[in-house]
Design a protein around this ligand. Structure first.
Ligand SMILES: NC(=O)c1ccc[n+]([C@@H]2O[C@H](COP(=O)([O-])OP(=O)(O)OC[C@H]3O[C@@H](n4cnc5c(N)ncnc54)[C@H](O)[C@@H]3O)[C@@H](O)[C@H]2O)c1
Length: 294
């Protein structure tokens, strides 16, 4: 016989001493995914994945500060972002910032936090999305190019996380850091000669675990989001240089397609949100199954 379902029995109050200072949220599930009243800085926010994630944050009720080396963000996405923000009462801003320039990142994060307070949506964290790619045989890879990839993809991500965390620590507020790594941090992409890039993404994954270890006590969560192949300007360039590679990529596409920037909206919002309050030092791989088969 099936056991009776007991639905209206009150559970005895259970006090877990170590959770008194930082209890799990009792909010409803839809609220757990909300970014309302929170401001998030997004590097690489002028185009591609970065600006799509900015749209996601604003759709989830948050405000965004997009940072990039480009003069201006992509016009269509920027117009859409502003339209959604206006409807939601959120704020959006765009500033030029080179993530490899430590002083500039320091200045910009402090300014974003000050502005966020004025807008009534305090600084909550960042998505470190700026990154570069280069395809070149390891036999010929100049050390200067290798250094440049590491400078943007590793040191640039570190600067972004460091100054995000300092602002949060100094204000004694919790927050969330999402670092965009790649499945290339776990595997070498068949048919592509990208040693520096792959090395940099493995470094981002390890950096996340190390930062998680240091920032956790301040309730600043850090996680990586590792995408598989996404159709953006970055991959368009790779495919122009190496058109036959698309067949190899599609052979590993277990869902029969490559990714679109929109595939990463919900994963990024989840990692930022209070719904992920116990997700820390993790890597969320979102690759359409690519790494699941050899
Ligand atoms: N496209 C993919 O298939 C794919 C897969 C896995 C991971 N990723 C990662 O996703 C992120 C975004 O990639 P994307 O495909 O949107 O590429 P993208 O080239 O369209 O966007 C990257 C953005 O970073 C900016 N940027 C570069 N150097 C910078 C610097 N020094 N300071 C500030 N901004 C800088 C660029 O101007 C650009 O706007 C990158 O970290 C990339 O490695 C992409």
């Amino acid at each position: 016989m099936a056991p009776a379902i007991v639905s209206d029995v009150e559970l005895p109050a259970r006090v877990v001493p170590e959770t008194l200072a930082t209890p799990a949220s009792k909010a409803s599930t839809s609220k757990l995914f909300s970014l309302e009243g929170k401001t998030v800085a997004i590097t690489g926010g002028a185009r591609g994945l970065g600006i799509t994630l900015a749209i996601a944050v604003v759709e989830a009720g948050g405000s965004v500060a997009c940072l990039d080396i480009l003069e201006q963000p992509s016009a269509d996405e920027w117009a859409l972002l502003n339209k959604i923000a206006k409807a939601n009462g959120s704020s959006v801003s765009y500033q030029r910032c080179d993530v490899t320039n430590e002083d500039s990142v320091d200045e910009v994060m402090t300014a974003i936090a000050t502005e966020a307070d004025k807008n009534g949506a305090p600084f909550w964290g960042c998505i470190a999305c700026a990154g570069i790619q280069q395809q070149l045989s390891a036999f010929d890879y100049p050390a200067a190019d290798f250094d440049r990839i590491l400078k943007v993809n590793v040191t640039g991500v570190f600067n972004t996380c460091k100054y995000t965390a300092r602002v949060l620590r100094d204000r004694k507020t919790p927050g969330s850091i999402v670092m965009i790594a790649s499945m290339s941090g776990n595997i070498a992409n068949r048919g592509l000669a990208c040693t520096a890039y792959n090395t940099s993404k493995a470094a981002v994954q390890q950096m996340c675990r190390s930062l998680a270890q240091e920032f956790g006590e301040y309730q600043i969560r850090c996680n990586t989001l590792s995408p598989g192949y996404i159709r953006t300007a970055m991959t368009d360039q790779l495919l122009i240089e190496n058109p036959e590679v698309e067949k190899t990529w599609m052979a590993g596409a277990l869902l029969g397609r490559l990714g679109a920037p929109e595939d990463f909206k919900a994963p990024a919002v989840f990692l930022l949100s209070e719904g992920a309050s116990f997700v820390h030092g993790s890597d969320l791989r979102v690759d359409g199954g690519h790494c699941a088969s050899a």
